[in-house]
Design a protein. Sequence first.
Lengths: 619, 410
Amino acid sequence: MFEVTIGIEIHQQLDTCKLFCSCRSQLVDEEGTLFFRRLRPTQSEMGEVDRAVLAQAERRMHFAYQAPSTVSCLVEKDEEPPHDADEEAMQTVLTVSAMLNSKVMDEVHFMRKIVIDGSNTSGFQRTALVAVDGALEVNGHSIGILSVCLEEDAARKVETKDREVTYRLDRLGIPLIEIATAPDMHDPEEVKEVAQRLGSILRSTRKVKRGLGTIREDLNVSIPGGARVEIKGAQDLGLLPTYVKNEMERQRSLIEIKQILEKRSASPVLIETKDISALLQASRSKVIHSALSKGGKVFCASLPSFVGTLRSADGRLRLGSEMAQHARSRGVAGIFHSDELPAYGITSEEVASIRKFLELGDMDAFALCADQADRAQPALLSALSRANQALIGVPEETRDPLPDGTSLYSRPLPGAGRMYPETDVRPILIEQDRLLRIKENLPELPEARTLRLVQDYGINEQQSRQLVREGHDELFEDICKDVSLVAVAARTFLSTYPEMQNEGVDPGSLDDVKVKEAFSALTSGRFTKEALPAVFREMVKGASVDQAVSSLGLGAMDHDEASKMIDELIGQRAEFVKEKGMGAVGPLMGVAMKELRGKIDGKEAADLLKKRVETFLKG
Amino acid sequence: MVRLKAEGMEYTGILMPHHEFSHPDVIIIKLKSGYNAGIKVDERSELTLVSKAQERPLKRKSAKEDSSLPTISFLGTGGTIASYVDYRTGAVHPALKAEDLVATVPELSEICRMRSKVVFSIFSENMNVETWQSLATAVADELNDGVEGVIVPHGTDTLGFTSAALSLMLGDIPRSVILVGAQRSSDRPSSDSYINLLSAARFCVKAQAAEVFVLMHGETSDSYVHVHRGTKVRKMHTSRRDAFHSVNEGPVARMDLKGELEMLGECQVKRPVKVSPDVRMEKNVALLHFYPGMGPEMVRRVMQDQRGLVVAGTGLGHVSREIVQVIKEQVSQGKPVVMTSQCLGGRVNLNVYDTGRDLLSAGVISGEDMLPETALIKLMWVLGRTDSLEQVERMMSENLRGEIAKRREL
């Protein structure tokens, strides 16, 4: 049996118009006009409508939308029916489907997938299944492709305030290709390779967006005895193996917790809370004091037989943190549990009094939550439900990836049946002729590209492979139209970029246009190639090429200026030069380069120095 | 559930109804993932039945009645406003019973007791004189039965025509009749139908008003609705939620989502009158939109079997010299011609230019600031009661149901 089973879903934004209107697909800083909407679960989806559930849903379903006029129109505002699906986007998906050897549907039907978190103004996402049953070869291992879909991206969340969420409509409607692999991966590192491989296939169409946030991955991870957990929306490819490893660890620890609880014959905890505000009236704990002083309450609940599972001494078992994540999804800052107390200002006397109040034995644990009553109580109840899931094992759920490689509970896995036909968009018949033409004109595959770059630019194969895998190939070729730039471009992408990443700066935030500007400034002699890494480091901080040049004090020097500067230098050290003769050139070079780096070419500086020292010695 | 084998592939899923725009050889199957896929079939394809669908009984929650609440009557006409979707097939069904309506908008049961009737079930573009007549009769019956108000969910396309027809046919009414539409069908989470229906019920109960109104969103946000006079309202956008505007006057009232009501204009107030609807109407009345170069022969042919004509003229109410001549002929044959303006905003004035004066001499009747559609409905209704040109002119110029305003504010 495999140690882990992983499938991935990759979402790649296309660089075309929006899917169902003629707006540009671009993110902008402009906020545009603001409008407000509500979304309601529709009757059939909810089955019987419970008044209380509805009221609760109602409270959370107020949404504000920023509609920048340059990148959104009535379609995104849900004020105009969708137009026909963008031809170029459809052509791109068909091309990718062909490259993945998958079977394209004879007729593509768009569906409405119900989403009522406000990220779609309509309350649904439009999505269509384009192809199924493909395969991808990675390191001699065949990875199944379950489906290739074309869908619209959701609006971008810009703010969550109390019970109102604000979205911006720039991202809504940008076409996305969604590729789902079969659960054919069993090694965390393989996940990254598959994702990279899919990425380079997608990029080879030259119709996809590049840069941060334009490609997002969902990971489906399960281990034997665990459950399918979806980590949704990871943006950093390099972190994928870490997400998988951490999730494996998390599932293992949950299985261990289950076994411990079984051994103790723990029964489900009662989903009920007790008000212990009176007991903690005089508590010095900041959290408790602040809740009580604002008229809030402290609720607690017993967790019989759970001691040591909420947080084990070695920190491996952490059911408490899982429970806290569920509580937080109900709007509280967190919970306290007995495995971590006394701490946070809660004294051992207070712990003892709570234990006594709850009549707990040695193996019993408790959790408490302090906030406004209408928040604290539901939050603690949901934490208790999570505790009970520990008796069953690993719950299926959706989790949000965090930048440190871990993940946070977000919601239960959605069911499958949330789709119904998008009647406003006509089905699209895919003629066999069209598929044939696409197959005959497939873009260059990554392997072919790697070989061609070697031939065309004289770089070595390992360099070429890295350029293609990391998606710098297109830009590299663009820059290398000026063949004198091949070496410096290769060095930039293959060593400067990784160096910057190691320093924690993201060169990915530089778009192609900016990178090209830097190279053209280099070509026109604004600075020398030695200064290029420094220029890029400035530009990542947000500087333009001009700003970078001036803040680095670059600004290329002409030959006369440089001679003058070197003569001054020799003059200052006249004695030393006279004494050492031509031997002074070496030591002086270092001093001279301090002044000249980036302003004139290194070799040119050395020649010049030598010449001027000669002249000086000749007197 | 079926299994389809075609071109070496096998698909299992629910067989879906054929889409109108689908290729004739394509079979649509809803796969387990929820996606619909169109598969082309030929004589070699095999389709086998795996299992039959089970009839799923519709769960209906019985409407709980609070006997202290007033009763509101809902008269269905077949718009998509109060409909629900079958998520399995995607088919949209109209909500036919009060229970269905409660299920769609459960908050209604906190405002009123409901009773409902489906008068007919058609797209609003298929409305005609007969449907207006039967609707007016049904509304009158409900009002005479003492309900607090009548709400008519209606397709939006011809909402303004129906509201004008009801305004005239019903005459004096004791309480309000509200026509409500939705620009986003109610099977969508973003539908405007819920707020519009809820606000209509609140308005019937809260407002002292007793007229025929149209109630729709006041702006693109889900923030407030506008209540428009039935004779002054027009759909001014093909798809926006706030498509409806009052023309040549402001909306009568505005209500926010919490039910806060603000009366903005004057209207008839609730009073104990019995409704005696007069539904007589002359069907053969035409509405022509004048354009430069409009052929006089075409107009003559159209008018051969018409008994009256409303013209949407240019500007202050003008048509070409040739059409003036045609109008003159018609009037001399005893067929009334009413002039309105395609500007919509503003009043017709036939005294300013020669053409206007020529039209007056030709015997044209000024439609004042009436909407062309309202003038059409009114002329039909007037001709349903009299043939006398003199009487027609007198009634067309008189403000009967708020269709003519004496003054317009900036």
